[in-house]
Design a protein around this ligand. Structure first.
Ligand SMILES: NC(=O)C1=CN([C@@H]2O[C@H](COP(=O)(O)OP(=O)(O)OC[C@H]3O[C@@H](n4cnc5c(N)ncnc54)[C@H](O)[C@@H]3O)[C@@H](O)[C@H]2O)C=CC1
Ligand SMILES: O=C([O-])CC(=O)C(=O)O
Length: 357
């Protein structure tokens, strides 16, 4: 059963934040799209996010083939998963020599490979380890699946997306429509926390979250919540802080055993499904995501709602009208976001010389 299938359809509705077409159009078009063969490659599939995400993708009716890759033992994960009686074909690939076969023919490549935070660390503290992992994997994607949409979960997302873009540019296969930083956990959290605070049905609530995916760069637009909700200034600040710090809360609660995995898998499965719906030609599929963007002139990448289509990102939407609290928070985040993006660009374009390293 797909995540979407479990959601109630109603005309011109928001589906857990994913705006979709009227039910009749959805049903009619989905009937003709059901048989699209879609291969998804998951890199880092043996990890804390990788395993539950693999399970959710195995349950997704828009996936035909699931290729699981890791440097650790992923063959066991694939064997285990392959016993679930859903039609998705599963295979495991271990080590760099099998990466090409994993990627060949993939429509969508999802990357949660890399190390997670421990208490006391920022996402940026992961840069030194994860930058090289992402660069290496993207080089392989460029070679073996240059047509695929790529979704990057690995932190720090504000830097790993620019790393991926510069790597793809250097190899001559960069298409900004096909590179997506996954910030959907921020939207999932915002929807959950706002629903709880206002006693709303979770499936009806949509809070856009813009900016990036670290600390102050995570900016929920509470003023644009659907259905409309009102917050006092103090409540707005407290809710914004709660959404921005949610990842750290999980890191601390896990006490050294990693960061969010289950909620991240849920959020990434939703993003993957929306992407596949877009590839299949489903109209009006919107998600917030961190992509190449001209919405905020000071930064070349920014998260807003995007329209997903047959080539990946069909259109980057604007931010809409911000209230004064959100305007101030947007201005305040720009130096951090700009610096983290530049750090990613420099990693590929101006790597430190050995003596400086
Ligand atoms: N974008 C977001 O909202 C979120 C991002 N994350 C990030 O996702 C990443 C993964 O987190 P977890 O799954 O919890 O970590 P984990 O350590 O449980 O799993 C990572 C997996 O990546 C694999 N791996 C490492 N290097 C690899 C390589 N070169 N090729 C293929 N696989 C490789 C490891 O063997 C491991 O199985 C972290 O960087 C974390 O910060 C986590 C939560 C939310
Ligand atoms: O906090 C972390 O390190 C993992 C993450 O990005 C999140 O949970 O939002």
């Amino acid at each position: 059963m797909s995540l979407l299938a479990s959601r109630k359809l109603s005309a011109a509705r928001q589906v857990n934040g994913r705006t979709a077409a009227p039910a009749v159009a959805v049903r009619a078009s989905r009937r003709s799209l059901r048989c699209e063969a879609r291969k998804v490659a998951l890199l880092g599939a043996a990890g804390g996010i990788g395993q539950p995400l693999a399970l959710l993708l195995k349950m997704n009716k828009f996936v035909t083939e699931l290729a699981l890759y890791d440097i650790g033992n992923v063959v066991g994960v694939a064997a285990d998963l392959s016993h679930c009686n859903t039609p998705v074909k599963v295979a495991g690939y271990t080590g760099p020599e099998e990466l090409g076969a994993c990627l060949k023919g993939a429509d969508l490549v999802v990357i949660p490979a890399g190390v997670p935070r421990k208490p006391g660390m920022t996402r940026d503290d992961l840069f030194n380890t994860n930058a090289g992992i992402v660069k290496g994997l993207i080089e392989a994607v460029a070679k073996h699946a240059p047509q695929a949409v790529i979704e990057i979960i690995t932190n720090p997302v504000n830097s790993t997306v620019p790393i991926a873009a510069e790597t793809l540019k250097a190899l001559g296969v960069y298409d900004p429509k096909k590179l997506i930083g996954v910030s959907s956990l921020d939207i999932v959290r915002a929807n959950t926390f706002v629903s709880e605070a206002r006693g709303l049905d979770m499936k009806d609530v949509d809070v856009p979250v813009i900016g990036g995916h670290a600390g102050a760069t995570i900016l929920p637009l509470l003023s644009q919540t659907t259905p409309a909700v009102t917050f006092t200034d103090a409540e707005k600040k407290a809710m914004t802080d709660k959404i921005q710090n949610a990842g750290t809360v999980v890191v601390e609660a896990k006490a050294g055993k990693g960061s969010a995995t289950l909620s991240m898998a849920y959020a990434a499965a939703r993003m993957a499904e929306s992407t596949l719906l877009g590839l299949n030609g489903e109209p009006n599929i919107y998600e917030c995501a961190f992509v190449a963007s001209e919405v905020v002139p000071e930064v070349p990448y920014f998260a807003t709602k995007v329209l997903l289509g047959p080539q990946g990102v069909a259109k980057v939407m604007g931010m809409g009208e911000l209230d004064s609290f959100e305007k101030a928070a947007l201005q305040a985040m720009i130096p951090q976001l700009k610096g983290e993006i530049q750090k990613g660009i420099d990693f590929v374009k101006n790597p430190p010389k050995p003596a400086e390293a």
